[in-house]
Design a protein around this ligand. Structure first.
Ligand SMILES: [Zn+2]
Ligand SMILES: [Zn+2]
Length: 122
């Protein structure tokens, strides 16, 4: 099961609903995270895993440029005390965190984008 999140910026930009995390059927080999592409001005979700583990880089489905994800991937032992919009275990050793704070907006290029959770999926 994963989560549905959406992003919204003060400039008016709003992403589609993003499916993040992994599904029940393919747990372990699928983990969708939110990414942004500054060139296409979009927030999207991409699967960061392949057969070998976490991919070194991910590409924008539109312009094929390397894109960055929001949040951090840390080791499972890391203790976090802050608030999160979303967190997800990746395999046994890693964990993904998306902090509840303002993020980079691919449209206005300012840190004014907010993620909020809009439901669950499985
Ligand atoms: Zn792009
Ligand atoms: Zn913006």
């Amino acid at each position: 099961m994963g989560s549905m999140i959406q992003s919204q910026c003060k400039c008016g930009y709003e992403s589609d609903e993003l499916y993040v995390g992994g599904g029940m059927m393919d747990m372990g080999d699928k983990c969708e995270l939110p990414f942004y592409c500054d060139d296409c001005e979009i927030v999207i979700s991409r699967n960061i895993l392949n057969e070998k583990g976490i991919k070194k880089s991910n590409r924008c489905p539109k312009c094929r440029k390397t894109i960055k994800y929001y949040g951090q991937i840390v080791s499972e032992e890391t203790e976090y005390q802050e608030n999160f919009t979303f967190d997800w275990g990746i395999g046994l050793e890693k964990r993904y965190y998306l902090k509840e704070e303002l993020h980079h907006c691919p449209k206005c290029k300012k840190d004014k984008l907010m993620f909020y959770s809009s439901g669950c999926w499985d």
